[in-house]
Design a protein around this ligand. Structure first.
Ligand SMILES: NC(=O)C1=CN([C@@H]2O[C@H](COP(=O)(O)OP(=O)(O)OC[C@H]3O[C@@H](n4cnc5c(N)ncnc54)[C@H](OP(=O)(O)O)[C@@H]3O)[C@@H](O)[C@H]2O)C=CC1
Ligand SMILES: O=C1O[C@H](COP(=O)(O)O)[C@@H](O)[C@H](O)[C@H]1O
Length: 493
């Protein structure tokens, strides 16, 4: 199937964890939109699986409620709602009880459609579910499995989980979700970098001085203490989403848009990523934890005051670090990354700072501003701005320079196009059988290797996170980390 083709093949979709937070907040909404936009084949059916005692009508009513609270009124109609809900059935299954899987086999008994399994459950259950499905005779060579992040909490645990999935599914049938790869603007990085000759020749250490990636969230841990406190921001956000963004920015051009060509290039970046070893723990990485503060004029509690908190926790809710990619393209170019919870605004942004002209002929006082920056805004207000220098207008300005953006705001540029949620794109690609937006096992493992080494460093030095007030941009030392190199985190847009 070609990447141009947006229709999906008909599938039987078995959704494990059908009454969980992710399913109710994201997955039905995404499936509903695909259906409404005519991107879901007529025959596609969805089976919700969870342990609560629902019948089909109660399940459909629950999904209807979820859709009514999350889909905009002008995107809802009784016709599209009824059509979508008509695809849904439900079975009560305990995923740890192999005998319960007969219900899935029975649902499939008259179907010749390929089976897609979506595991919206904790990763500890992935192995049991795959092997029980196999023993119950539910799988064949056309079956696919979609798994959520995080896959484990270390290299070793991720290998165990991947081994268990791999015992049943070939790699070409495994779709590991990193929802950042489904975001429209993240995919746009491929177009921006590899379709524009303007950037193709400039994308290297000769022309780029440094790169910043910021993924700031205003949310705290949203009642997920049990999960988050075991993970921390490094495992929750850096190991997956930030590493993927870094790969998309830094990888060499793939030979085609084919999944393995892209993934091979991403793996090369991860292999070349300089580890943060013990000598760099004090200078190149900052770990933080929020204390109480104010966001948008509203007081919010500190991490240790969150519901269910363990007051002794040293889990980080913020990480900033500096790294390098040790290859010909990027030698000597620092990459500064930061991500945190309870920051002043929700903002995911990549800033590429180009080197100044080698010979400068304008006002010496303006020399430091005489560079170009490419700002890629992933969310919110998706768009791209290229900061260029022009002459300041007016007869009295001489040849004074001014910086201004060439700005492409996706909402204004494509007013009739709705920017789809990441899960819509990802579910569509699963149904099309395209893996290029999903993460291959070796990508996960190289990323875990890098993360494990940093965690080992923190643990061996017994390093505690630094405090930062909710509503700030993180510990002061994260500002110092970049200013010690004579730079600052980019603030304007
Ligand atoms: N929620 C989110 O925003 C995100 C989630 N993820 C990942 O998605 C996955 C799902 O997360 P989330 O929806 O938040 O988790 P939830 O705990 O909210 O949902 C899990 C679902 O699985 C069901 N379940 C768990 N164990 C069993 C069992 N033994 N038998 C039958 N049903 C069972 C639960 O049923 P019951 O209600 O009865 O316990 C529930 O329906 C996880 O891997 C998570 O890491 C990834 C990114 C973001
Ligand atoms: O995977 C996760 O992502 C969210 C942030 O996603 P976004 O699309 O809202 O940027 C994060 O809040 C959560 O902790 C993490 O598990």
């Amino acid at each position: 199937m070609s990447l141009k083709d947006d229709t999906s093949t008909a599938v039987d979709l078995a959704l494990f964890g059908a009454l969980g937070d992710l399913a109710l907040r994201k997955l039905y909404v995404a499936l509903y939109h695909l259906d409404r936009e005519g991107l879901m084949a007529d025959e596609t059916r969805v089976l919700g699986l969870a342990r609560q005692d629902y019948d089909g009508d109660a399940f459909r009513a629950r999904v209807r409620d979820a859709l009514e609270s999350r889909v905009r009124a002008d995107e809802r109609s009784e016709e599209s709602m009824t059509r979508f809900l008509g695809r849904l059935e439900y079975r009560q299954v305990d995923f740890k009880t192999p005998g319960d899987y007969a219900a899935i086999a029975q649902w499939r008994s008259d179907s010749s459609l390929p089976l897609t399994i979506y595991l919206s459950v904790p990763a500890a259950l992935y192995g049991d579910i795959c092997s029980s499905l196999s023993s119950a005779g539910c799988l064949d060579d056309a079956s696919r499995v979609v798994v959520e992040k995080p896959i484990g909490y270390s290299l070793e645990s991720s290998q165990e989980i991947n081994d268990a999935i791999g015992a049943v599914f070939d790699e070409s049938r495994i779709y590991r979700i990193d929802h950042y790869l489904g975001k429209e603007t993240v995919q746009n990085l491929l177009a921006l970098r590899f379709a524009n000759p303007l950037f193709g020749g400039q994308w290297n250490q000769s022309h780029i001085s440094h790169v910043e990636i910021t993924v700031a969230e205003t949310v705290g841990i949203e009642g997920r203490w049990g999960y988050f406190d075991q993970a921390g921001q490094l495992r929750d956000m850096v190991q997956n989403h930030l590493m993927q963004l870094l790969c998309m920015i830094a990888m060499d051009p793939p030979s085609s848009l084919d999944a393995d060509s892209i993934r091979d290039e991403k793996v090369k970046v991860l292999k070349a990523l300089r580890p943060i070893d013990s000598e760099r723990l004090n200078t190149d990485v900052v770990r933080g934890q929020y204390i109480g503060g104010t966001i948008g004029g509203k007081a919010v509690p500190g991490y240790l005051d969150e519901e269910g908190a363990n007051v002794d926790s040293r889990t980080e809710t913020f990480v900033a670090f500096k790294t390098e990619i040790q290859n010909w393209r990027w030698a000597g170019v620092p990459f500064y990354l930061r991500t945190g919870k309870r920051m002043p605004e929700k903002l995911s942004q990549i800033v590429i700072h180009f080197r100044p002209q080698s010979h400068y002929i304008f006002d010496p006082d303006q020399r430091s501003m005489a560079t170009n920056r490419l700002i890629i805004r992933l969310q919110p207000d998706e768009g791209i701005a290229l900061q260029v220098l022009t002459k300041d207008s007016g007869l009295d300005k001489g040849m004074r320079l001014r910086t201004g953006p060439l700005y492409l705001d996706f909402h204004t540029a494509f007013p009739s196009a709705r920017i789809p949620d990441a899960y819509e794109r990802l579910l569509l690609e699963v149904m099309k059988g395209q893996q290029y937006l999903f993460v291959r096992r070796d990508e996960i493992e190289y990323s875990w290797r890098w993360v494990d080494r940093l965690i080992d460093g923190w643990e061996s030095r017994d390093m505690a996170p630094r405090r930062y007030p909710a509503g700030s941009w993180g510990p002061v030392s994260s500002i110092a980390m970049i200013t010690q190199d004579g730079r600052s985190w980019y603030e304007d847009y």
